[in-house]
Design a protein around this ligand. Structure first.
Ligand code: GLV
Ligand code: GLV
Length: 326
């Protein structure tokens, strides 16, 4: 019989079509995440699962699906997966790097420009009918050209943000990462700074780091106090990297100039007061939401899962050591 695959929420057809050639595929018919009990019930007989960053893939999940031979995350970030637990059980798990790098970097840049130039607040004023006509002191923003871009999380997406900054002649400084990114060093001579020096140096900080014990709440009240009062903070990584309540205070008190956010500490909720601030631009976790990226993610997740089921090498496995074992 064909292997049984569960897809916890509809993804682009390009990926589903690949799966249907080789498996019996159940796709969540509703456009909402499965509740925990629904997830465990659906996955009970699954040989493979494709899930989302909103699905918690942990010991309880693995216990609930004894036939499971692999799990493919439809996301590059994988803080929703207990990878060591999967590895202990000899189960391969995968993510979707590379295919969404440009989309996410482009959204980071959209947030940077929108924040630097008050695009959303000025658009709102114009639409409201309140614009009194051109004025020399209206919506004064910040020029990016010549400023210093701080890349927090110098991985693939951080490198792509740095490359986009080239059009603005920005100086690049970086912070974080387990090892230096050779391309960032070679192409930009980017200095990897200790966190405090990094905070003090950057005019714009773009967070493209994964959520880990090190990055969680790295941007807290103490960090905002070290940033320039003119600095802009943009986050396309994971919400909990910022202490969101502390960010609201820092923005309200003018400790930093503005923020552009795509991810939130307690999605889909926002910290109290955040949405009322004029100096933030907020988007609803759409970093990878382009046709190109989402199709690429669907195909890559499908190819990862198919390889896990067929015993070949998944293209982007997070724990390849389990493949060697089996
Ligand atoms: C989205 O946040 C992702 O990690 O792909
Ligand atoms: C994520 O893919 C990153 O490496 O930045």
């Amino acid at each position: 019989p064909l292997p049984h695959v569960v897809v916890t929420r509809a993804i682009p057809e390009a990926g589903l079509a690949l799966l249907r050639e080789r498996a019996s595929v159940w796709v969540n018919p509703e456009d909402r995440p499965l509740g925990r009990d629904e997830l465990l019930a659906q996955a009970k007989d699954a040989d493979g699962v494709i899930g989302l960053l909103t699905d918690r893939i942990d010991a309880g999940f693995f216990d609930a699906c004894p036939k499971l031979r692999g799990y493919a995350n439809y996301a590059v970030g994988y803080d929703n997966i207990d990878v060591p637990e999967a590895t202990r059980r000899g189960l391969p798990v995968s993510n979707t790097p590379d295919v969404l790098t440009q989309a996410t970097a482009e959204l980071a840049f959209a947030l940077i420009l929108a924040t630097a130039r008050h695009i959303v607040a000025s658009d709102a004023e114009l639409r409201s009918g309140q614009w009194p006509g051109w004025g020399p002191l209206q919506f004064i923003g910040t020029q990016l050209t010549g400023k210093t871009m701080g890349i927090y999380g110098p991985g693939r997406i951080g490198l792509a943000v740095a490359r986009l900054s080239r059009g603005f002649d920005m100086k690049i400084v970086t912070c974080g990462g387990r090892k230096p990114n050779p391309a960032l060093v070679a192409e930009f001579g980017a200095a990897a700074l200790p966190f405090e020096a990094f905070l003090a140096a950057a005019d714009v900080i773009s967070i493209t780091a994964p959520l880990t014990d090190t990055t969680r709440h790295a941007f807290n009240a103490a960090a905002f106090a070290r940033m320039k009062p003119t600095a802009l903070l943009v986050n396309t990584g994971r919400g909990p990297i910022i202490d969101e309540a502390a960010l609201v205070v820092a923005l309200r008190e003018g400790r930093i100039a503005g923020a552009g956010l795509d991810v939130y500490e307690f999605e889909p909720r926002l910290a109290e007061g955040l949405a009322a601030l004029p100096n933030v631009v907020i988007t609803p976790h759409i970093g990878s939401a382009t046709t190109e990226a989402r199709e690429g993610m669907a195909v890559l997740a499908a190819n990862n899962l198919i390889a896990m089921l067929e015993g070949t090498t998944p293209p982007t496995c997070l724990n390849p050591e389990v493949l060697a074992r089996s």
